[in-house]
Design a protein around this ligand. Structure first.
Ligand SMILES: Cc1cc2nc3c(=O)[nH]c(=O)nc-3n(C[C@H](O)[C@H](O)[C@H](O)COP(=O)(O)O)c2cc1C
Length: 376
């Protein structure tokens, strides 16, 4: 089985983009990824960030539903503490029906304090344990709503219920049956959980419930740790961890030659975004420390060129295959190369070509790691 390809759309738009441009770029990117043979596209949800300016990822998926054929979509992630669970369960169920099953559901606890604040979560409650408790309650409610069995639940954060449906005895009764907004096919969608911090509670949740783990690449140690946390919880809950379900998001650019690919990343939209937005954020969230440790350098010396040469996966198809295989040897491997999207709205050709090369020239040459059931 070959590695799968996914696009993750945060979408790192230049802050002067209009909502219309961002939306259009989202729909165009989903059509291009579908045509290139990508397996999935994940779209972020952010309330506060001007570089990550999509508050409602489901709108792009709905717009792309009729213009794409095989690619699967996922919000990555719906931030559960920011939603009413019943409303979200119905939106998700309906969208999964519109996409006729080309849908899986990414969930997260939330990364940005200002976004949590806007949703009524005070600063002192914004620690990852508290947010994860909200995630768990929200999940329980959504699953009950999708089951369509009568309940009323009074929770710590939300109340919700599902009414008992009376048997329809007359033709008039038939007109008042409950609409069905449960996911396509009547079963729950596959869930995916985002993990970020080294001691990730989200990876533990993913393991316990056998959800798909999705990590941001933040250094080899953190990634190994994510897999260990996930697989330990997964085995404890009676499942067999499968590395091919793990998706890892990374900065990837495939060009015709190494030199062309490096120049494109250094001088194009990716370099522009890293210099202004992501490098400062990575320093703040400690991600630079992980990369610097991997290569034994001072984190303050980790600049864009270091990232392009050592951390990102950039080069010709042969180089990119080599880089991924080396990482797989060192870290254990994963199933989906989740490529971070960037703002090529003005001139998409090099970006779309890179996606084509990733799907046609890179992914088929990477063998997936075999399933490992690491003893707990
Ligand atoms: C691949 C990926 C995508 C994410 N997308 C979002 C997002 O769209 N919106 C958001 O607020 N946080 C996002 N996050 C952050 C999560 O909401 C959350 O803060 C983080 O995964 C918590 O991880 P932890 O349990 O490892 O500390 C994302 C994280 C990852 C790894």
């Amino acid at each position: 089985m070959a590695m799968q390809t996914g696009l993750i759309f945060h979408p790192y738009m230049r802050p002067d983009r209009t909502a219309r441009q961002t939306f259009e770029w989202g729909v165009q990117s989903s059509i291009a990824a579908d045509k290139a043979g990508f397996d999935s596209m994940m779209i972020s949800e952010h309330a506060s960030q001007i570089w990550e300016n999509i508050p409602a990822p489901e709108l792009i998926m709905a717009a792309a539903a009729l213009q794409t054929e095989r690619i699967k979509f996922a919000p990555m992630a719906h931030i559960l503490p920011h939603h009413n669970p019943t409303k979200l369960a119905m939106t998700v169920g309906w969208l999964s029906q519109i996409l006729e099953g080309r849908y899986f559901m990414g969930i997260g606890a939330g990364a940005y304090p200002l976004a949590s604040y806007m949703h009524g979560i005070k600063e002192e409650d914004q620690n990852t344990e508290h947010l994860n408790e909200m995630v768990r309650e929200s999940l329980d409610i959504m699953e009950k709503i999708w089951k369509r069995e009568p309940f009323f639940y009074e929770g710590k954060y939300w109340d919700a219920g599902f009414p008992k449906e009376e048997v329809a005895l007359t033709e008039e009764d038939e007109q008042h049956k409950l609409a069905n907004y449960s996911p396509w096919g009547g079963s729950f969608p596959e869930f995916a959980v985002t993990g970020f911090s080294p001691n990730s509670p989200s990876m533990k949740l993913a393991g316990e419930r056998n959800f798909k783990p999705v990590s941001i690449f933040s250094g080899k140690d953190a990634l190994k740790r994510h897999w260990d946390i996930y697989s330990e919880a997964n085995i404890k809950a009676g499942f067999t961890p499968d590395r091919s379900r793990h998706a890892v998001s990374q900065t990837v650019f495939v060009g015709e030659t190494d030199a062309e690919a490096k120049r494109e990343v250094m001088e194009g939209p990716i370099g522009y975004c890293f210099t202004r937005y992501l490098i400062p954020i990575w320093r703040r969230f400690g991600m630079m420390d992980g990369f610097a440790r991997d290569f034994g350098i001072d984190p303050l010396k980790a600049d864009l060129e270091f990232l392009v040469d050592k951390v990102f996966v950039v080069g010709s198809p042969d180089t990119v295959v080599d880089k991924i295989n080396t990482l797989f040897d060192e870290v254990g491997g994963w199933g989906t190369l989740q490529i971070e999207s960037h703002d090529y709205y003005d001139a998409p050709e090099p970006w779309f070509r890179s996606l084509e090369l990733a799907a046609s020239e890179v992914a088929p040459r990477i063998s997936l790691p075999t399933t490992t059931a690491k003893a707990a």
